[in-house]
Design a protein around this ligand. Structure first.
Ligand code: ACM
Length: 499
């Protein structure tokens, strides 16, 4: 039996196999049939004409939830049942049951496309299984974002959290405010080496995504069962926007450039009504491009110094009945969450909002430590668990000298796999990109640890058996080899695996 990853909830191997051929006929909802042809067509060279051999049927069975599926492979046919979302995951499972050559992009005429007979019932533990990808620090090409989505879908991860704006770059085209990308999308140079070295490369960097590119990406991801949650990070992490429109800042007389260093900027949004309107204008365009039910509004790492020094901010805090100026963080959040609610969307925030009155009904991303998960739950919020000591995949796996430069270390594979999210809404890996300027480095940090996140999120195995997971993973990596993923090999220095 091929090594499936994530491990299905229940799997019973049966005798025999089903062998795909040019005549194998397909019955499925149109979008799922397209996915079968898109995923299995290139390597097999088969067209999957209409017919009764692979039958993927939409059923409404409460036990399967919104994303679960049943899959029965017999020598006569492949049959799956589930919601349309569940059927998409069933297709990924069939793809994993095939020889790894199925992941190839060119037809392999002499291959034998056998699927071992099996009965699978598979229902994810968590509704939200995600990955944050920071495209603000480095603007990765949209073609790489499609590949990133492909790899997420292969692991049944269903949510891409796209961090689109930060101090060092604004990547979302806003038609009403073209300087956001025209100015805010470009920085003069970037940090070289680790941030603490205070060195710079002298090389301009920038770029942005048009709304059309992002709409295409959203549709591409949706075909694979991946939703995209955009993040516009306010009221801190906004130096690129303030560089483009100085009137958004607290010191319009002291212009800033798009930030070139990593780390936290002290330049934050002011609290003028016109600035609120500016941001709500941005959100109006954002929700038009991203149909997903959640929009992330940031709220992390907001140094209050500019507000403390600003009479206008102090007046605003007093008028809003806030006991501290720092409470303006909650005031910002409530204003914007209210505007999103008018669009039928829910707001998501980093866990700093717990300290300043997170809007009721908002989704909290608990990042600073695992204790924030329980704090957010105690405050009545749905929680996506992303605690940095377990799930910040931009940390290096080890602190060995041959590791590529990283913000922090170590976060070994075994520690990621050992994470116990508890009764949360979801779980998500983070790929902040300060030290990930290239696709190769993104993949090196993402895999194989994102595969561990995927299994924690889908199967939540109890107890965790790392040795068993690692054995399946070793076989799974052969798939990533065919896809030429630049993952970090397992036989590297991994202190907990003993490899
Ligand atoms: C964060 O890592 N600043 C959410």
């Amino acid at each position: 039996m091929p090594a499936l990853l994530p491990q299905p909830t229940s799997l019973v191997p049966r005798a025999g196999q089903f062998v795909l051929s040019a005549g194998t006929g397909l019955t499925a909802p149109p979008a799922v049939a397209d996915l079968v042809r898109e995923l299995l067509g290139p390597a097999t060279g088969f067209g999957f004409p209409p017919g009764p051999d692979i039958v993927l049927e939409v059923v409404d069975e409460p036990a399967l939830g919104t994303e679960g599926y049943r899959l029965a492979v017999t020598p006569e046919r492949i049959a799956a049942a589930g919601t349309e979302a569940g059927l998409r995951w069933a297709v990924q499972t069939v793809r994993q049951l095939l020889p790894v050559a199925a992941y190839g992009t060119a037809a392999q005429g002499d291959a034998r496309w056998a699927v071992p007979c099996v009965d699978i019932v598979d229902v994810p533990r968590y509704a939200w299984r995600g990955c944050l990808f920071d495209v603000a620090r480095w603007c990765h090409p949209v073609g790489f974002l499609r590949r990133f989505v492909d790899l997420m879908a292969l692991h049944k991860l269903n949510t891409l959290h796209l961090h689109l704006t930060d101090d060092q770059g604004w990547r979302f085209e806003v038609r009403r405010y073209p300087r956001l990308t025209g100015v805010g999308g470009w920085r003069r140079e970037s940090a070289a080496g680790h941030a603490r070295e205070d060195r710079f490369d002298g090389v301009p960097h920038g770029g942005f995504y048009t709304q059309e590119e992002l709409r295409d990406l959203v549709a591409y991801a949706a075909r694979r069962g991946v939703r995209i949650m955009p993040e516009i990070d306010v009221p801190g992490h906004m130096q690129a926007a303030i560089a483009a429109y100085p009137e958004l800042g607290n010191e319009p007389g002291t212009p800033v450039e798009v930030r070139t260093a990593w780390g936290i900027s002290s330049r934050i949004l002011n609290v003028a009504e016109s600035t609120v309107t500016f941001v709500t204008d941005v959100l109006d365009e954002l929700v038009d491009v991203f149909p997903f039910g959640y929009v992330h509004l940031g709220g992390d790492e907001v140094p209050p110094d500019e507000w403390l020094a600003s009479p206008a901010a102090r007046d605003r805090a007093a008028a809003a009945g806030l006991s501290t100026v720092e409470g303006l963080l909650g005031w910002w959040a409530r204003r914007l969450a209210g505007q999103l609610a008018g669009h039928g969307r829910r707001a998501a925030f980093w866990d700093e909002l717990l300290d300043h009155g997170a809007p009721a009904g908002s989704l909290i991303f608990a990042w600073r430590d695992a204790g924030k998960v329980t704090a957010a739950q105690a405050a009545g919020h749905d929680v996506v668990a992303v605690p940095q000591p377990y799930l910040y995949l931009d940390w290096a796996e080890t602190d060995a000298p041959d590791e590529p430069l990283a913000i922090h270390a170590p976060l070994p594979l075994a520690k990621v796999y050992g994470y116990q999210p508890g009764g949360v809404y979801g779980v998500q890996g983070q790929l902040w990109s300060e030290y990930l300027p290239t696709a190769e480095l993104v993949e090196w940090r993402a895999y194989p640890r994102l595969a561990a996140v995927a299994e924690v999120g889908w199967t939540d195995p109890q107890p965790r058996d790392f040795a068993q997971f690692r054995g399946r993973l070793a076989a799974h990596l052969a798939r990533l080899d065919v896809l030429k993923v630049n993952y970090r090999p397992l036989d590297g220095p991994d202190p907990l695996s003993g490899a």
